[in-house]
Design a protein around this ligand. Sequence first.
Ligand SMILES: Nc1ncnc2c1ncn2[C@@H]1O[C@H](COP(=O)(O)OP(=O)(O)O)[C@@H](O)[C@H]1O
Ligand SMILES: [Mg+2]
Length: 350
Amino acid sequence: MSNINDQVMVALGTVIEPELNRDIVSLNMVRDLSVVDGIAEFTIVLTTPACPLKDVFIERCESALIGKAPGIEAIRINWDAQVPTDRRIHGRLDVPMNCIVAIGSGKGGVGKSTVATNLAVCLAEAGASVGLIDADILNPNIPQMFGLGSGRPKVVNDKMQPLEVYGVKLISTGFLTTPDKPMIMRGPMLHSAIRQFFTDVDWGRLDYMIVDLPPGTGDAPLSLAQSFPLTGSVIVTQPQDVAVADAIRAAAMFEQLKVPVLGVVENMSGEFFGSGGGEKFAGSRGVPFLGRIPMSALVREGGDYGRPVALHGVNSNAGRAFRKLSEDLAARISVAMLQGADVIPINFVG
Ligand SMILES: Nc1ncnc2c1ncn2[C@@H]1O[C@H](COP(=O)(O)OP(=O)(O)O)[C@@H](O)[C@H]1O
Ligand SMILES: [Mg+2]
């Protein structure tokens, strides 16, 4: 009874998505199927443009179809990507962002802004639309890491325009102050100022919003992490025991706020601080270890001169580590958003 397209779909229904562990048909990832002269052509809609697993998809689809579905001799896959939407954002913030991920740490100086910067440029380079909010009130370093001196966002129709560098849209508390005058804000005022970064900035549609939180577990990070719905958090730590002890407190803070910890990044790994602490910590909390970034002069120079190593040192160890980190994090975000969902809630609604 069923025609060839139906039979191909049934066969594709046996192909398991490697990260989400479910079949690609019930995940609604297969689109626009046509079969002509024994060639099955279709589009696979990935959950992130930063997906390194295309080869795995090709291999799995070939072995499910060729010689299995009647008459299929070859396949042709077109690629598309739609980041799933975190439903919890909608209703709480009237903004078209698919997910919001905070970068936190147990203390300052561990490389939180460096990780936020390099993650953002990697995701943007992969083709995602990415926003970055520098919410570190006392040390807004993001503008410098993107090579911006004294950037002042324009206001158009009552909306602040983010500055765009390396394909990333940026807003920083640093844009609102002068370097010698730190912003002094507490509690509710801080709350509403940062909330305005979401609602009163003309972001357009974003696949990923990344927020560089203030370090530690004090007033500021705590109140900020509660100001907007977070899809998840990433904790950056150095490898040594003392730093890890602080990172554990950061993890406890996110857990208390019911913000999933998407993973732990060990930064400045190498001879000086040692290595392994981040992984041990992740294991002990039962959260994913996302990888380690080596200690490297290229990373520091990238930060100082606004040339992120992920772009300007693509083939360096640190550049590679950041790219891998961005892919793994994108996968963790997809998994976190789709856990328990029946179908991929792709397409931003509302
Ligand atoms: N992997 C690394 N190797 C070398 N220097 C690094 C590395 N990561 C960060 N740095 C440098 O360490 C300093 C602190 O990093 P930063 O990202 O500002 O930390 P935080 O935001 O946690 O305070 C910066 O000068 C930065 O360039
Ligand atoms: Mg910082």
